[in-house]
Design a protein around this ligand. Sequence first.
Ligand SMILES: Cc1cc2nc3c(=O)[nH]c(=O)nc-3n(C[C@H](O)[C@H](O)[C@H](O)COP(=O)(O)O)c2cc1C
Length: 395
Amino acid sequence: MSALFSPGRIGSLELENRIVVSPMCQYSAVDGVAQPWHLIHVGGLMMSGAGLVIVEATAVEDIGRGTHGCLGLYRDDQETALAKLLDEARKLSGARIGIQLTHCGRKASTRTIPERWKGEPLPVEEGAWTPVAPSPLAFDGHWPVPEELDETGIERIIGAFAASARRAAQAGFDLVEIHGAHGYLIHNFLSPLSNRRSDRWGGTRENRMRFAIGIARAVRSVLPPAIALGFRINSTDWHPDGSSLEDAVALAQALEDVGVDYAVMSAGNIAPGISIPPAAPGHQVSFATEIKKRTGLSAMAVGMIAQPRQAEAIVANGEADFVALARPMLDNPRWGLHAAAALGADIRYPPQYIRARPNNWLGFGFVHPEARPPETSLQLDRPRSVSWDRPAGRT
Ligand SMILES: Cc1cc2nc3c(=O)[nH]c(=O)nc-3n(C[C@H](O)[C@H](O)[C@H](O)COP(=O)(O)O)c2cc1C
């Protein structure tokens, strides 16, 4: 019995298995509105075999977008487009669908260059805007100095998260994830490297957490109980003067108190030039394990989890409750289906693709020898390949 393919639960949301598609920006929205590309992208991932697909970082106000191509959820037309996308995507599989809400803070207003690994500040002639942040500290030398948020601005953004969460519920999402990592606005408040305030929003850890907790509380208050709420936490800034794993655990405990259901543990990107350990397989799993040990939250591990047996071991050993995958899902949008074959788990297959199911297609073993170990080969279903609707002379 595979642990990875055992049913899971986040809050009151039930999931068919423990595989999650991690949110991935597509830089393909028009004025924050989802396009056919988003349905193709999300639709493909709905057929990946994952139990949960989380839609990319979606801004709660226009100046919170990272680029002109980022999704937004602060206008009716944006909500309508996402609701339509959900209607179609739900026809494709039983996977649940979440959305990540974000404000990019001092890393907003960057260029829409999908092929670039790192964003670059948007030039004025391409419609740059002034980003906002807890303190007027640029992300890097050539980046714009953000405007320091005052009380009114802070309260506006907390309200914007709640308003977008309400829209997410109306659109039909099963889960909302708040983006509190990767150097974006919430992380800007949490980290002493980007928050130099001396009012109630800065200084002590408790003060730096106030914005994150305020957002989580506001979002939870507008979400029906059936909708799960998660938080992407920065596990460490990898810097002696930055946020540490202890800070992350303290945040997770406080988030649990305001009704957050899970934490997904990521790290880094608060500032350039910080040396971080090389990204080895499963390099952030231990952060999720810490959350699992020290809080009552469901713990999601992310980062360099690419092999089915690796993912299986993480869940089976109790290192995390869920595994989230990003690049492996772009590389192979049938990752979960192949993992099921490798682990001997039964899994629903899109009927349109049933002829490629391992037990129906003899060629599967040649293409994916690693996914058909002898002990599990062809044990997924009753073999139907021999007589099943196969044109004569074809294999
Ligand atoms: C194309 C792409 C877009 C991403 N966009 C987001 C995003 O919108 N929100 C987020 O929290 N992380 C984002 N990430 C990070 C991933 O969710 C994930 O944490 C990271 O890639 C590590 O997982 P992996 O090794 O499975 O790719 C993105 C990653 C990729 C490759």
